[in-house]
Design a protein around this ligand. Structure first.
Ligand code: C2O
Length: 538
């Protein structure tokens, strides 16, 4: 294995999209950012230098590595005030970590405020040398990063919403590798993916959008799904994939013998009556020999509330579970938890309606600490967090959609404590406090298995009988269905503090987040390593 060095200069760059120009925060001046490429077992050193002094809300930056397990190196995980403090303007920090037992597509993104709208990029982890993919080697691989674009300053959008207590404006367009494609009022060119006839391509698709789950489709071509969140799945064919913010999906596409220009499209999936961005992003799958102009074979994505398309896709996902890549689902459970996820309303005397929208897990709206939780944990600094996160909802209510009388949530920086190697079953139950919504929940530090899912209220007596403990999909981000639940299992074999949050950035901002603290084990390789010397202090 190798040591690979990368340098990420975080800089402002004037960028034009939707026929208007604004400065955006970028890695090395690029949107999306550069791709990190490495092999399983390699060590990566990413030196992040913050050159940005944009305004007070964008004075710090972080580059979390979404989905990298960071075994014993939580210091390189990255979420603001969870594992580290800001890299101040003019300062730098080297994220130093080894890729252990993972191969596939992951990504990195800023993890403070809404900076990840423009600060993100792909991480490609190739299998070890001489280890083939468990599917035929594609002719070529391509990165497809899906995103969202606001014409206005994204930080201003969220700051305005926090002041008013209301929901923020939705984005003005979706993007495919940084480009919306032609939209009404702005006939700009979209991204072009050049291909040759009769070959297999692997697309490494990443949903880097802030707030939108997406459908993704290519006119006239089937997609064979082979991997999600850097774990192999049993291959299956589909027209449309569904991908939530935070998730990655690798698909194989075999090109036709002929030629042509086929539309690639991405649009919102949201089966709740909330405001979303209704603009479809388009790109072109462009066969060699065809004239360079827009796609001529068009397609349309499913309507935004096409729940059945999403459900079919999600229920087709199974771990590969081969001899070489077994699904090690925990069978004996030490902690059986039920977390409700949803929105609430808390008093806010200075807000427009005297109240503000909040979000919570088990009725607790997470309050960000002033120094990082990992620091507080490692150095035994008291008064930063408590270890009493409730294992069950604090307030009973109907989880589906009946209105409740009290929307208010409790506030706290509460963590759930696990001993090293404990096993957890966690049921994530959407609530209909204001409205049911799908929430993509992301857990740092671990992959988990999705053993079950359903609509309505989780039934602790009946539903576990139907759990798939053989080949459930393994991932790091899971969509909790609107008005339904999902059950995940994981083993706490990684000491440290691990954030769990909704990957819809608006919900994270509103407090839909918590963290697990995993104590050291007794064995020689079971404790958190000390922080590196350049670790940013609070
Ligand atoms: Cu991709 Cu905590 O995030």
């Amino acid at each position: 294995c190798m040591v690979r060095h990368y340098k990420f200069n975080v800089v402002l760059k004037n960028t034009t999209r939707l026929c208007s120009t604004k400065p955006i925060v970028t890695v090395n001046g690029r949107y999306p950012g550069p791709t990190l490429v490495a092999r399983e077992d390699d060590t990566i050193l990413v030196k992040v230098v913050n050159h940005v002094k944009y305004n007070l809300s964008i004075h710090c930056t972080y580059i979390p590595l979404h989905g990298i397990r960071q075994i014993r190196t939580g210091w390189a995980d990255g979420p603001a005030y969870i594992t580290q403090c800001p890299i101040q303007p003019g300062q730098n920090y080297v994220y130093n970590f080894t890729l252990t037992g993972q191969r596939g597509t992951l990504w990195y993104h800023a993890h403070i405020l809404w900076l990840r709208a423009t600060v993100h990029g792909a991480i490609v982890i190739l299998p070890k040398r001489d280890v083939p993919y468990p599917f035929p080697k594609p002719h070529k691989e391509e990165i497809v990063v899906l995103g969202e674009w606001w014409k206005s300053d994204v930080e201003a959008v969220i700051n305005e919403a926090l002041k008013s207590g209301l929901a923020p404006n939705v984005s003005d367009a979706h993007t495919i590798n940084g480009h919306p494609g032609p939209v009404p009022g702005c006939p700009s060119k979209g991204y072009t993916l050049p291909v040759i006839p009769g070959k297999a391509y692997m697309l490494r698709i990443i949903n880097a959008a802030l707030n939108e789950e997406l459908f993704f489709k290519i006119a006239g071509h089937q997609l064979t799904v082979v991997e999600v969140d850097a774990t192999y799945v049993k291959p299956f064919k589909t027209d449309t994939i569904v991908i939530a913010p935070g998730q990655t999906t690798n698909v194989l596409v075999t090109t036709h013998r002929g030629g042509g220009k086929y539309m690639v499209a991405a649009s919102t999936f949201m089966d709740a009556p909330v405001a979303v961005d209704n603009v479809t992003a388009t790109a072109t799958l462009h066969y060699s020999g065809s004239l360079t102009s827009a796609a001529t074979t068009l397609t349309s994505t499913p309507p935004k509330n096409a729940t059945s398309v999403a459900t079919n896709f999600i229920s087709s996902l199974r771990s590969l579970n081969s001899k070489q890549y077994p699904a090690n689902v925990p069978l004996k459970i030490d902690h059986s938890l039920l977390f409700t996820v949803g929105l609430g309303v808390n008093p806010c005397p200075t807000c427009v309606n005297g109240s503000r929208v909040v979000a919570s897990i088990n009725n607790v709206t997470f309050v960000m600490p002033k120094i990082s939780l990992l620091q507080a944990h490692f150095f035994n600094i008291s008064g930063v967090f408590t270890s009493d996160f409730p294992g069950n909802p604090l307030a009973p209510f109907n989880y589906t959609s009946t209105q409740v009388t009290n929307f208010a949530t409790k506030q706290g920086t509460r963590l759930y404590r696990l001993a090293y190697n404990d096993t957890v079953q966690l049921v994530l139950q959407d609530t209909g406090m204001i409205t049911p919504e799908n929430h993509p929940l992301h857990l740092h530090g671990f992959n988990f298995f999705e053993v079950g899912r359903g609509l309505g209220n989780f039934n602790p007596k009946e539903d576990p009988k139907k759990f798939n403990l053989v080949d459930p999909v393994e991932r790091n981000t899971i969509g909790v269905p609107s008005g339904g639940w999902t059950a995940i299992r994981f083993r706490a074999d990684n000491p440290g503090v691990w954030f769990m949050h909704c990957h819809l950035e608006v919900h994270t901002t509103w407090g839909l987040k918590m963290a697990f603290v995993v104590d050291n084990g007794k064995g020689p390789n079971e404790s958190l390593l000390p922080p590196p010397s350049d670790f940013p202090k609070c």
